[in-house]
Design a protein around this ligand. Structure first.
Ligand code: FCB
Length: 448
């Protein structure tokens, strides 16, 4: 008999990665350059001057990695396709060997009963497109749709579940507003355009995917969403929290899932670009089959007039647990997912990323005892179960990440994997969390 902790039959248990963070082989088999290749080469951008040149060497070790996934019992794997590997200039000539890599990967996954979930864009824009304006111009959105169609024509007969974008918020705001992520631009107007053309490209890509493989594709997007809480009960902090929520969550959820813009936020942002907001909403809101949620933490803010536009500054409450990067706040996963269900009612919700970086390493006997990761995952999976029990249509859960990898500006300091990677030798060791997750999958849920 199934215990009360068992998830429904068919629940998806997966793990996620992204191309630039794991593949390496940056200049092999005709791959073009991406904005992250260039960004990493700019002094001071990435901790220790690290880059994804080698990363976890997955491009060469993919077979071993797929075998390890099968050992864990994953029934789905979310990876990203590197646009510059497939179309080195972003538009035009297709690089056969690049496309073949994903073709082989998909076959190998299916052989092991693992459902592929390709993501088309996880921040690695081809440099030639960046040089022509990147995400601030409509041509890039059109190029993205062409690229989506090309990849789907090759592997869409076998890979049925597609994610267009990973976290357009980070791409637009991190890449074009704060500038701490590639392409490293600090220009509020460019950032607003990037929000718009990323969203437009999502809608165009959904259409292109369905056109390439009529009737078989399930398409969605992976959005980073956080509940935003005010630091105190003051009206100023409440306003800061509302506006932060608007920029972080509603600016993306509203257009994609409702075909509208959050009025309070657009009113604030209109001065940056007066007429971009109402455009293309019918395309952006092209119906999707699932909404992907990447959840790690909540955001707590206080009013701070020194902060640009929304005058909200982050606060890190005392007395809670923290990881190397974020506050640990499992209830936030329940809160934001239940809210998305209530306010937007997407047909299906997938937790497309959830995980933690904690210092871990190989112990004397070759094991990696990453107990804090196990606790984190357990707490979050328990919230997913509560969501399912409460009737929220959550159909799957993907751990970030299957492998330790290149964590963007933090380089290799942050380890998120269920699998430990020795970056000198490439050797993989399944951590205790990986073995634990294998048991969760086997039991279809947390043990009582
Ligand atoms: C998410 C990204 C992913 C990884 C995790 C830790 O924002 O999608 O690439 O960096 O955070």
């Amino acid at each position: 008999m199934k215990s009360s902790t068992a998830f429904p039959r068919g629940f998806i248990w997966g793990a996620s990665t992204s191309a630039y963070q794991i593949e390496g082989a940056w200049n092999e088999d005709g791959r073009g350059r991406s904005i992250w290749d260039d960004f990493c080469r700019q002094p001071g951008r990435v901790r220790d001057g690290a880059s994804g040149d080698m990363a976890a060497d997955h491009y060469h070790r993919w077979r071993e990695d797929v075998n390890l996934m099968a050992q864990v019992g994953l029934n789905a794997y979310r990876f990203s396709v590197a646009w510059p590997r497939v179309i080195p200039a972003g538009t035009g000539a297709v690089n056969g060997p690049g496309l073949d890599f994903y073709d082989r990967l998909v076959d190998a996954l299916l052989e092991k009963g693992i459902t592929p979930f390709p993501t088309l864009y996880h921040w690695d824009l081809p440099v030639p497109l960046h040089e022509r304006g990147g995400w601030t111009v409509p041509d890039t959105a059109r190029a993205f749709a062409d690229y989506a169609g090309i990849v789907a024509s090759k592997i869409g007969d076998r890979a049925r579940h597609w994610i267009t974008h990973n976290e357009p918020f980070i791409m637009a705001l991190g890449g074009y507003f704060m500038g701490q992520m590639a392409p490293g631009i600090q220009d509020p107007v460019a950032a607003m355009r990037a929000v718009h053309y990323l969203l437009l490209s999502h809608g165009l890509a959904v259409r292109a995917l369905r056109q390439a493989c009529p009737g078989v594709i399930e398409a969605g997007i992976a959005l980073n969403v956080n509940p935003v809480h005010p630091a105190t009960g003051s009206p100023e902090d409440a306003r800061a929290a509302r506006l932060m929520d608007g920029v972080l969550n509603r600016l993306f959820l509203d257009p994609v899932l409702k075909g509208s813009q959050p009025a309070d936020i657009v009113e604030l942002l209109r001065s940056l670009d007066p007429d971009i907001w109402e455009r293309d909403l019918d395309v952006i809101a092209e119906p999707i089959d699932f909404c992907g949620i990447n959840y790690y933490t909540r955001t707590v803010v206080r009013h701070d007039p020194a902060m640009p536009v929304i005058e909200a500054a982050p606060v890190y409450p005392e007395g809670n647990d923290y990881s190397q990067m974020w506050e640990i706040y499992p209830d936030g996963l329940y809160e934001i997912t239940a809210r998305i269900h209530r306010d937007y009612a997407p047909a299906n919700i997938l937790i497309t990323e959830n995980g933690i970086c904690v210092p871990d390493g190989i112990d004397f006997d070759g094991r990696v005892r990453d107990y804090r990761r196990i606790t984190y995952l357990k707490e979050h999976i328990a919230r997913v179960k509560r969501l399912v029990d409460d009737g929220v249509p959550v159909g799957g859960y993907f751990v970030w990440s299957f492998l330790d990898n290149f964590e963007w500006t933090y380089g290799y300091d942050m380890r998120f994997g269920l699998t430990h990677v020795n970056y000198s030798t490439g050797e993989r060791v399944l951590k205790d969390s990986g073995r634990w997750f294998a048991n969760v999958i086997r039991a279809t849920g947390l043990a009582d």
